[in-house]
Design a binder for this molecule. Structure first.
Ligand code: OAD
Length: 251
């Protein structure tokens, strides 16, 4: 990874008063977590989201949906944060030490940002490791081995579902509000490892641009927002982020 970056990018990363970051599945790809839309390897490359990631799918076949999400949850035990996650936790520490605002917003449900040391992460799409009952609404963290029965049952007899946002569902209101506030008031917005096609998450970029924030896109492939980026780094986040933050600190 070349560590020659535009000095203006390094300067704004070091001087921005308020940084907002939106991450997607691409930042966890180097940890071995599949993305959704990458051809051949993405979850949606050979699965239909409507069969797995909607409330209707769960009610139609709770066993199939529960098995798929629990399989993804259990895979988290064998993956760990990569250098990209660690670099963002370091950037948060550096910005915080200088009294600069830093908000990390993620669409991911894998918890890898928190495991890398990031704090106050806004989880727009929930968490694979929290399951709740659709009857009594009890929600509990689940970090153990695979459930021993599917669909998963609550003590009250109700069905338990993964604590993730499905297509057609509203995002957690507090999380979305906090994400929108951070995005519309930041002076630097970074979009990292997301195809930026799922709303309202992708709309956070519009909020930042409407506030004349500088916009950095770090993504292997172009996105609908690439043309509006002040800087576009089409390289693996796990390589770019440590190099960029180190170069910014050296300037
Ligand atoms: P996608 O799979 O749509 O996009 C991931 C992006 O990351 C792609 O554009 C890749 O080019 C890029 N990418 C892959 N590896 C990378 C790497 N090492 N470094 C940098 N970029 C890399 O995933 P998301 O944009 O996160 O929602 O998808 C958004 C939402 O759609 C997800 O939260 C999920 C999904 O359906 C729900 O399930 C509700």
């Amino acid at each position: 990874m070349s560590d020659t970056f535009d000095p203006n990018l390094c300067r704004i990363l070091r001087e921005a008063h308020s940084i907002a970051i939106l991450t997607g599945a691409g930042i966890s790809a180097e940890s071995g977590v599949p993305t959704f839309r990458d051809a051949l390897t993405g979850y949606w490359a050979n699965r239909n989201p409507a069969d797995l990631a909607t409330p209707e799918a769960f009610m139609r076949d709770p066993e199939l949906v529960s098995r798929w999400y629990d399989q993804r949850r259990c895979q988290l035990a064998s993956v760990k944060p990569n250098a990209g996650h660690v670099a963002l936790a370091e950037l948060q520490r550096l910005a915080g030490a200088e009294g600069r605002r830093f908000t990390l917003i993620t669409q991911n449900v894998d918890g890898l940002h928190e495991r890398a040391g990031s704090i106050g992460v806004i989880n727009l799409h929930g968490s694979l490791s929290r399951w709740r009952c659709i009857r009594c609404a009890e929600e509990k963290p689940e970090h153990g081995p695979a459930f021993n029965e599917y669909p998963v049952r609550c003590a009250c007899g109700g069905l338990r579902r993964p604590g993730v946002v499905w297509f057609g569902e509203a995002l957690p209101a507090d999380a979305l509000r906090a994400a929108e506030n951070a995005s519309r008031t930041c002076d630097l917005f970074l979009s990292i490892g997301t195809s930026a096609v799922v709303y309202p998450a992708a709309g956070l970029i519009d909020l930042a641009l409407a506030n004349a924030a500088r916009f950095v896109e770090i993504n292997l492939e172009p996105t609908p927002y690439s043309d509006r980026a002040d800087w576009r780094l089409a390289a693996p986040a796990g390589a770019v982020l440590p190099a960029l933050i180190s170069a910014s600190n050296r300037q």
